[in-house]
Design a protein around this ligand. Structure first.
Ligand code: AMP
Length: 203
C-alpha cells in the first residue's frame, strides 16, 4: 500500500526478484489493456486519466481471474484500494485456501509525492522509472514517457481519492497483526532494506 508515487512499483519489482514472487500491479494490467485498445481498456481510460478509481466490481473480478491462475506467492501492488476490495480479497483468500502474510504501507509526506510525480518518467519497455531527470532513454534501451495521470490536475485529484477511498483500507488492516509501516522518504535501497527486515519477521 501507499499513496501514488510512494514507490510501490519500484519496491515490488525488487521484492519479486528477491523473494521469487509474482508481481501483480493492477495499474499495469489496466494500462496494458488501454495500450492494447481492448473493450476494458476503453472503458477505464477516462477514469484513469482523470485520476479516479476503476469500479470495485471490475477490479475484484479482474484480480480474481489473475490470482486464481497461480499457486505462486504474490505481491499485490495497488490492490486493495477500497474497503470493499479489501473485504473481497479476504473472501477470495478464504476460498482459495491462501492467506495474506503482510500488509506493507509505504509512507510518504504529501509534498514529496507531488515533487516525485511531477518529474516522473517511466520506461515503456520495463516499466521502471528513469534514474535521472536528464537521461534520454531507460538503461534497458526502452523509451521514456510521462503517465497521463501524472499531469498536475490528475495528481491533485488522485491524492484526494487516496485520502477518501484508500486510507480507510489502512484502518481495515491496522489491527490485523499483519500491518507494517515503512518510511518511504528514503532512497529506494533503504526502503527496500526496511521492507526486507520487516518481512523476515512475518510468519
Ligand atoms: P497505479 O499504477 O497503481 O497508480 O494505478 C493507476 C490507476 O489505475 C489508478 O489511479 C486507478 O485509476 C486505477 N487502479 C489501479 N488499481 C486499482 C484498484 N485496485 N482499484 C481501482 N482502480 C485502480
Amino acid at each position: 500500500m501507499g499513496c501514488p508515487g510512494a514507490g510501490k512499483g519500484t519496491q515490488s519489482a525488487k521484492l519479486k526478484e528477491t523473494l521469487n514472487l509474482k508481481h501483480i500491479s493492477t495499474g499495469d494490467v489496466l494500462r496494458a489493456q488501454m495500450a492494447a485498445g481492448t473493450e476494458l481498456g476503453k472503458q477505464v481510460a477516462a477514469l484513469i486519466n482523470q485520476g479516479n478509481l476503476v469500479p470495485d466490481g471490475l477490479m475484484i473480478s479482474m484480480l480474481q481471474n489473475i490470482i486464481s491462475t497461480t499457486d505462486q506467492g504474490v505481491i499485490l501492488d495497488g490492490f486493495p484500494r477500497t474497503v470493499a476490495q479489501a473485504q473481497a480479497l479476504d473472501d477470495m483468500m478464504k476460498r482459495l485456501g491462501r492467506q495474506i502474510s503482510a500488509v506493507v504501507m509505504i509512507d510518504l509526506p504529501q509534498e514529496e509525492v507531488v515533487k516525485r510525480l511531477s518529474s516522473r518518467r517511466l520506461c515503456k519497455k520495463c516499466g521502471k522509472p528513469a534514474a535521472t531527470a536528464t537521461q534520454a532513454a531507460c538503461e534497458c534501451g526502452g523509451e521514456l514517457y510521462v503517465r497521463g495521470d501524472d499531469a498536475p490536475q490528475s495528481v491533485k485529484h488522485r491524492l484526494e481519492v487516496y485520502r477518501l477511498q484508500t486510507l480507510p483500507v489502512k484502518e481495515y488492516y491496522q489491527h490485523s497483526g499483519k500491518y507494517v509501516e515503512i518510511n518511504g522518504n528514503q532512497t529506494p535501497d533503504q526502503v527496500f532494506e526496511d521492507i526486507c527486515n520487516v518481512l523476515k519477521k512475518v510468519k
